[in-house]
Design a protein around this ligand. Structure first.
Ligand SMILES: C[S@@+](CC[C@H](N)C(=O)[O-])C[C@H]1O[C@@H](n2cnc3c(N)ncnc32)[C@H](O)[C@@H]1O
Length: 642
């Protein structure tokens, strides 16, 4: 359980993730003693990658520390919200809401959803000075540990520790906060996955460089410039700002942003119609940049007009230009009836001039990066207000229209794909997913920050939550919004088949008392089974944490199995035995199930180490060993977790 992870974390170094990636992809570069052959590595790059020595990179205090944070595993456990999750609307939902720090959330998610997330949207604190961002983390490294893990000297370690402890909102502190989260987020994306990150002028320049570092400059797909609908910051004498931005990075290069449906205005161009449908047309002559004959000599050739005369691509001002396509393509266009000849006046003469038709069907529009026609921030506030009886319970919501458009333009989205937002706030992203025509799943992560009464909206939120019997934390606002938005959608569209529920989980760090028990427990103690470790966690928490750890996700359809009065849990290749008191009858029933049920073949038997006597585990092992000799020939792997 947590103890295993804590033990493994002791040896973690800042570059463990990178080294693991090198080992995975370049095993030939590692010798038996673990040393790395850089000359061999260079051979892999030869001729393909231009090796540069310019040494251009983003540096900030704590960069290595941030990488260390990405490498150490989370020691939180996943506590399912049993009451919420068993309600009919949530029991089969594939939507997930996680209350917890997103650094822990991402680490859990990676165990089940690595390379499975198609679209990530995040709206992190902008570090405006008034948005409440201050760096804090719950790691307790000593200066000596940092010196060793980061290979730095004493004074550097002290400076980093100072930055983590004093609640800084400096650029370095913000970068140190974002860097590990982005590193982990990248690993969640599918090859055709994309991440959209909202930001404003306070950190946009830093975020661009950080993203180039994490995702690779070649994977930058652009930057959306969004009108916020209001101008702020002019008091200081500058221009102020009416925009914020969203950087877009793909997991791999050459992805295609999805097109948007045409607007009524766009449709006006498609007023012509023939047997193939409605069409618009453009000149066959290339226009705009690179339109001179010498730019594309192979696209300068004569074609015949309907009267049989030669026509050359000449510009209206008389220079030799070029067609849009090569001769061969032109001939195909003629054969397909895509060329339209119209009489126009050129240099005072009425002449035939060629155009290319393009049809309306299946056509979409490439989105512009300038988004000025959407609802602004005030509308977003009203949208949340409308769901909370006109109370302003949240300050920094994004407009629904914006999130809908983000999801719409994410490349290659298919039904069932996951949209993740790990700075969920008021859960606009979840709301937008529920409203969409296509059925996607969402995962939201939000810190259960205790509402601060000195901030007006948080005071209002606190009172609101009190009035409806919810706890005074920010995640409750997010969940309540989803529930209210779902209700509204259902009222407005009674026939909807959208997944309007969600399953809720909270990430919890074991208490100091529990940690103490884990620390002092020795497996021999199991002989007495006086420990109360399982009581501290509870079976549902152990099970949920393990299901995610073993790759089954937060919505695993786990089977509860009764083995002669002992309850076990079966999920695909795993059998989980968590509760104590595994009787001989129960062991017999487990063996029998393996023997008699052809569909029951869990190769991993996972035991909660604190629950079992050594004799019970040995008896189970001995009995299951017999299965190897049987028809199924199963090699069962025993995994005793602490
Ligand atoms: C700007 S708001 C997001 C607003 C959201 N896009 C919306 O439309 O409502 C940023 C959110 O991230 C949350 N947050 C900040 N640090 C976090 C962390 N470490 N883990 C999870 N959530 C965090 C904040 O509590 C806040 O709710």
């Amino acid at each position: 359980m947590v103890k295993d992870i804590m033990t493994a974390n002791e040896d973690v170094r800042a570059n463990d993730r990178e080294i693991a990636a090198l080992r995975e992809h370049f095993p030939a570069c590692f010798a038996a003693d673990g040393s790395f052959d850089i000359a061999r590595f260079k051979e892999y790059l030869a001729d393909k990658v231009n090796v540069t020595n310019e040494g251009y990179e983003l540096r900030f205090l704590g960069k290595n520390y941030a990488r260390l944070l990405a490498s150490v595993d989370t020691t939180t456990v996943i506590v399912p919200d049993e009451e919420h999750n068993t309600k009919p609307e949530n029991a089969n939902s594939e939507n997930i809401y996680i209350s917890g720090d997103n650094l822990d959330g991402l680490k859990h998610l990676l165990k089940s959803y690595a390379r499975k997330v198609k679209c990530i949207y995040i709206d992190p604190p902008y570090n405006t000075g008034s948005d409440g961002f201050v760096y804090n983390d719950s790691f307790h490294f000593t200066a000596e540990e940092l010196e060793e893990k980061l290979s730095i000297d004493e004074s550097q370690a002290a400076r980093i520790l100072d930055l983590t402890k004093r609640g800084s909102a400096s650029h370095s502190a913000w970068l140190m906060f974002m860097y590990p989260r982005l590193l982990l987020a990248r690993d969640l994306l599918t090859d055709d996955g994309v991440i959209f990150i909202s930001i404003d002028d306070n950190e946009q320049a830093n975020l661009k460089l950080l993203c180039d570092d994490v995702f690779g400059e070649e994977n930058c797909m652009g930057c959306i410039c969004r009108s916020t609908g209001q101008t702020t910051g002019q008091d200081s004498g500058g221009l102020g700002s009416s925009f914020d931005y969203a950087f877009v990075y793909g997991r791999t290069p050459n992805l295609d942003i999805a097109g948007l449906p045409l607007t009524a205005h766009d449709m006006k161009r498609f007023e012509n119609e023939d047997d193939n449908g409605k069409y618009a047309y453009d000149q066959l002559r290339k226009t705009g940049s690179n339109d001179h004959r010498e730019d594309r000599p192979n696209m300068y050739y004569a074609i015949q007009d309907p009267d049989g005369n030669d026509v050359y691509p000449t510009s209206s001002t008389g220079y030799d230009s070029c067609w849009r396509v090569e001769k061969k393509t032109y001939e195909q266009l003629v054969a397909d009836d895509y060329i339209l000849w119209k009489k126009t006046t050129r240099n005072g003469n009425k002449v035939w001039w060629p155009y290319v038709k393009y049809y309306l069907e299946g056509r979409s529009k490439r989105p512009s990066p300038l988004w000025t026609d959407l609802d602004g921030n005030k509308k977003a506030t009203r949208e949340v207000r409308a769901l909370f009886d006109d109370e302003k319970v949240f300050d920094y919501a994004k407009p629904l229209e914006f999130l809908k458009k983000i999801i719409q333009i994410a490349p290659n989205m298919q039904e069932g794909d996951i949209v993740l937002d790990f700075f969920s706030g008021s859960a606009t992203t979840a709301h937008a997913v529920m409203m969409g025509e296509k059925k996607y799943r969402y995962i939201m992560v939000q810190l259960p920050a205790v509402l601060d009464e000195t901030v007006t909206s948080q005071k209002v939120a606190k009172n609101f939550l009190k009035g409806i019997g919810r706890s005074p934390t920010l995640d409750e606002i997010g969940m309540e919004r989803i529930i209210r938005a779902a209700k509204k959608i259902k009222e407005e569209h009674p026939d909807t088949s959208a997944d309007l529920g969600f399953r809720h989980f909270t990430l919890k760090e074991p208490s100091a008392k529990t940690l103490d028990k884990l620390e002092t427990f020795a497996p021999e103690d199991g002989l007495m089974i006086q420990n109360t470790v399982l009581d501290d966690f509870g079976v549902p928490t152990v099970l949920a944490t393990w299901l995610v750890r073993d790759g089954y996700g937060f919505a695993a359809p786990v089977e509860t199995v009764d083995f002669a009065g002992y309850t076990g849990y079966h999920m695909d290749k795993h059998l989980y035995l968590i509760a104590p008191e595994l009787s001989d009858e129960a062991i017999g029933a487990i063996v029998e199930r393996y023997e008699t049920d052809g569909a029951f073949n869990p190769e991993n038997v996972v035991l909660f180490g604190y629950s079992f006597l050594w004799t019970e585990m040995e008896s189970l092992k001995a009995n299951l060993a017999r299965l190897k000799a049987m028809e199924k020939n199963l090699h069962i792997h025993f995994d005793i977790r602490y």
